[in-house]
Ligand binder design. Structure first.
Ligand SMILES: Nc1ncnc2c1ncn2[C@@H]1O[C@H](COP(=O)(O)OP(=O)(O)OP(=O)(O)O)[C@@H](O)[C@H]1O
Length: 269
């Protein structure tokens, strides 16, 4: 098996004629937390979908644990997916199941473990996210931050090799946000897995990640450790780290010149 959990080689992808990813190369190791950043529509979620085998590349490949994802049979892909936790939009919980049953769900579905062992494992996972005492609650009784912690406990139910988080920090208050950040870090370390975070939250993610990739124009525009990223003078990286509205990532969606648009309007006045 390769020393990297994930190797992405010359990856290209398009939904239609317009290429979304043109040539992406990345490597990710066990125990690492990696952030993927980039402007809106730069293809970050698409990249996660390619890693999870939801869509197939038009060129290049993604290798996870030594297996080329798009070459796997349906069965092999399902098997691999069981080793991947995917928290897209931070995976909604089953609203009619308790916190306990939400976490137990996959264990009951995918293993033959006796109920007594499932009970112990569920409580262990809930303990890891600080919610063992909330096991009897229903999702409607949880705060937003608690619901995410339950989703996190559920995603580690089967001891995955990899967890992918799409915008894990969105809409959280500063305390919950930092709780989720440090949980992602701690669980990654404790379980020896790899975590990939797609996020716009630069400041929070720089506190917990090992490495950052910036996507732009279908390729990796910059990459580095948090220290390298913070010290970068590349205009693109600088714009992200300092949250500037305009720069290499434009504020405006491409449009006709303002003047031309206004003139057109004037014809109707
Ligand atoms: N199913 C689809 N069919 C066609 N085009 C799509 C589809 N899904 C996404 N796209 C397009 O692909 C591009 C990349 O989308 P993606 O969701 O990967 O971007 P993103 O970087 O995650 O964006 P954001 O930060 O806004 O969530 C966008 O221009 C989007 O409109």
């Amino acid at each position: 098996m390769s020393e990297h959990l994930i190797e992405i080689k010359d990856l290209a992808f398009s939904y239609t004629d317009r290429p979304i990813l043109k040539r992406v190369n990345m490597t990710m190791s066990r125990g690492q937390v990696i952030a993927i950043m980039g402007g809106s529509g730069s293809g970050k979620t698409t990249l996660l979908r390619l890693i999870g085998g939801e869509v197939k590349p038009s060129a290049g490949h993604v290798e996870v644990a030594g297996q080329v994802v798009h070459q796997l049979s349906r069965n092999e892909l399902f098997k691999l997916r069981r080793k991947m936790g995917m928290l897209f939009q931070f995976g909604a919980l089953f609203t009619d199941l308790s916190v306990f049953d939400n976490v137990a769900f996959q264990m009951r579905e995918h293993t033959n473990l006796p109920e007594s062992m499932i009970r112990d494992l569920v409580l262990m996972k809930l303990h890891a996210v600080g919610l063992r005492g909330a096991s009897h609650l229903m999702p409607a009784e949880l705060s937003g931050g608690m619901a995410r912690r339950v989703a996190l406990a559920r995603s580690i139910a089967l001891d995955p090799l990899l967890i992918m988080y799409d915008e894990p920090f969105t809409g959280l208050d500063p305390i919950s946000l930092s709780v989720i950040g440090s949980l992602i870090r701690r669980l990654t370390d404790a379980l020896g897995m790899t975590s990939i975070i797609v996020t716009h939250d630069v400041q929070e993610s720089l506190k917990i990640v090992d490495y950052v990739y910036f996507l732009a124009d279908g390729a990796i525009a910059a990459h580095g450790t948090p220290e390298e990223v913070k010290g970068s003078t590349m205009p693109f990286v600088h714009q992200f780290v300092h949250g500037e509205e305009d720069g290499p990532v434009p504020f405006h969606y491409p449009a006709e010149t303002y003047r031309k648009d206004l003139k057109l309007e004037a014809q109707f006045v």
